[in-house]
Design a protein around this ligand. Sequence first.
Ligand code: PHE
Length: 361
Amino acid sequence: MRAFEFPDVEEDEIGRLGDDLSALGERFEAALASVDDGDALDALRLTFLGRNGEITALRRSIGTLPAAERPEAGKTINEAVARLEAQLERASSALTNRELAAQLDVAIDVTFPAPPARTGSIHPLRRTLEDACDYFQRRGFAVVLGDEIETEYYNFDALNIPADHPAREGFDTFYLANGKLLRPHTSPTQIRTMQQHPPPIAIVNPGKAYRRDAVDARHSYMFSQIEGLLVAPGIHLGHLKGMLTGLCRELFGPNQAVRFRPSFFPFTEPSAEVDTTCPGCGGSGKRGDAGCKTCGGSGWIEIGGSGMVHPDVLRECNYDPERVSGWAFGLGVERIAMVRYDVDDLRVFFENDPAVLAQLA
Ligand code: PHE
C-alpha cells in the first residue's frame, strides 16, 4: 500500500505569493509614475499600504497557509513592504524638490524695497549707568565691578556697621544659606577696592543691589546703584558737590543744581542725601497751575546718599585718615532713569515690553 503523500504545497503557495507581490509591485509602480502631488501620493500609500489596503489583504491570507510556511510568507511580504516604502519615500522627496524649484522659479524683484531692519535699543537703565560711568571716566575715575554676593564683613562690619548696630536693620537684606548675602548696596566695593589699592583712589562702581522690599511703583527687590569713591590728600565735600552737579547737568540738562540734606550713614561723616533740581518743573514745583507730580511740588528730586568717608572705614582699609580724606556716594539708578525718561513706575524697566523700551530709546 502506498503511503499517503502530502502534496508539496510549500513551493506553490510561496511561489504564488511571490507572483502576487510582483504583480502588485508593477501596479504600484505604474500608479506611482502618474502621481504628481502630495495628495495623490498619500492616496496611493493608502491603497497599497493602508489598513484596508492590498498588502493587508495579502497578510490576512497568510492565515490560510500551513503553519510551517507562515514565517517565510510573512518575511516575503515584509520585504515587499520595505521596497514599496522606499519607493514612496523617494517619490515624496522628489515632489518636495520639485515644489521648491517651482517656488524659486517665480520671478524675484530684487529692486523691491526691503522691510526696514528692526534694531534693538539700549535699555534706559543701562544707558543711564553708561552715561554716568562715562562722565566719571572722563574725569579719571576707574570703573570697577563688585560681586552681587557679599559677606557680612564687606557689607557691614568694614563699613562701620557692627552686628548690633540698628543701621543693619535699615538694609533689609536677603541672607543666603551659606552665610553670605545678596548685597543691599554697592558700598562693599569701596572696601574691596581700598584694601587692594593704596591711595589715591578714584572709582565708580555700577551694579545691582537687593533688598527685601515689596514691589510697587517706586520699589523693587532688585535695583541698581552707582557708587563713587574718591580718596586722596585734601579731598573735601565741595569736590563732591561739584562732581555731582556736573553729573546731574550731563544727565538732565544745563540748569541743574544739587543740594545736600544732612543725613546719617555709619560709613560716612558727615553724611548727606543728594537732591537735584526736578527736571519735570525746572525746580518751580509747579506744572501749569497744578503741583509738579514728579517731585511732589518740592522742586527737588532725591537721587541718593553721600558723605565723607568715615575715618574708621579708612583705617579698616589701612588708609591713614590723618593723611588722606575722601567722599563716597551711592545713587539710585532707577530713580534717576525714572526722572530722566519721565516714567512714573519703575516696573516699566523690568517688564521690558519692547514697544515701551522703543519709546524710551
Ligand atoms: N550705601 C548707601 C545706601 O545704599 C548710599 C551711600 C553710599 C551713602 C556711599 C553714603 C556713601 O543707602
